[in-house]
Ligand binder design. Structure first.
Ligand code: C5P
Length: 320
């Protein structure tokens, strides 16, 4: 068996409700994950020893050794299935690192799918999802793709029904944010305000709006409890959000723990206009136009031929 290539999407959180800290140090969350058409490509191939090579967007800040989530994913799968053959992993990054887009989790999900094919270990999607949840909070979602409600620390998924495709513009920031730091800042802000931290719940209004297929209904319901924390750590993002809103975005939000800002627009044409406006205003490092929901981690080339990527979740018979 030679190389297997897997394509895996970034995510934005359409809602991120953060609850109390649990005894294991994670926060209880309720989130609506939405995979978007910005993909990393991960190639796995037989190698003398387990090794990872990273190229592309922000490659220099991805850990190359044991700290790499894709390496860890391959090690977890090998251990679980008793495989003793090492894999060489090559990650071609398009998803910025430490950007609130779950790029590292995506690479881990891709490594699971790729090594499962390379080693012919034949774990089912459900079995891979169990391993994914052990590796990181967002890995199971990168495997699934589409749009899902996430509970627990984000790893317990229930698919959501979504009509059509939504158009987004992503504004990539110059810096990075560390997810644990953003969660800690969220806790500090809440403690200073003496705010009651209640059990997080998925927004039924947002889920209904997603079924409607109308971005104008979805846009005002986007919410992120980590946004004040991300803004406190990178105050420049306020300007990025306000420029996007003035330039006609229907909705604007910091993606996950940031610093990427995500703008929901009406259609592909508005996405072009907004991307131009954001670039022209100099409020971000670069922009990307994407759509969601996008499919989860899928083999795009292998010696046995590519498996067809799963269809995005849309209501049957709905426009796309
Ligand atoms: O699970 P993952 O490695 O993606 O999480 C990174 C860090 O983000 C955790 O170590 C934790 O500090 C924080 N986190 C959290 N609550 C969550 C998810 C992540 O506090 N639900």
């Amino acid at each position: 068996m030679t190389a297997v290539t897997v394509r895996v999407p970034a995510k934005v959180n359409l809602q991120l409700a953060v609850g109390p800290v649990r005894p294991d140090g994670y926060h209880e969350i309720a989130t609506i994950f939405h995979a978007v058409s910005l993909y990393d490509e991960v190639e796995v191939a037989p190698a003398e020893r387990a090794v990872v090579t990273v190229t592309g967007e922000g490659a220099q800040s991805v850990p190359a050794g044991e700290g790499n989530l894709a390496m860890r994913a391959a090690a977890v799968l090998a251990e679980e299935t008793g495989v003793a053959r090492p894999a060489g992993i090559t990650i071609r990054k398009r998803i910025p690192v430490a950007a609130g887009l779950a790029g590292g989790s995506a690479d881990a999900a891709a490594a699971l799918v790729g090594c499962n094919e390379l080693w012919q270990t034949r774990l089912s999607q459900a079995e891979l999802a169990v391993l994914a949840a052990r590796i990181g909070s967002d890995v199971a979602f990168a495997l699934a793709g589409g749009t899902s409600v996430g509970r627990g620390r984000g790893e317990q998924l229930t698919p959501a029904l979504v009509t059509g495709q939504y158009h987004w513009v992503l504004a990539f920031a110059a810096g990075q944010l560390s997810t644990p730091e953003v969660y800690r800042a969220c806790d500090r802000i809440r403690a200073a305000r003496d705010a009651a931290v209640t059990r997080p719940r998925p927004s039924t209004r947002l889920l209904a709006a997603l079924r409607s297929g109308d971005p104008a209904e979805v846009a005002p319901l986007l919410s992120n409890d980590l946004q004040p924390a991300a803004l406190s750590l990178q105050p420049d993002l306020r300007r990025t959000l306000s420029v996007g809103r003035s330039a006609g975005a229907l909705g604007s939000i910091v993606s996950g723990s940031g610093p990427t800002c995500a703008f929901l627009v009406a259609d592909a044409e508005q996405a072009v206009d907004l991307a131009v406006a954001l670039s022209g205003a100099g409020v971000c490092r670069s922009v990307a136009r994407v759509t969601g929901p996008a499919p989860g981690a899928a083999v795009v080339s292998s010696p046995r031929g590519a498996s067809p990527p799963p269809a995005p979740q849309t209501r049957s018979g709905s426009p796309s």
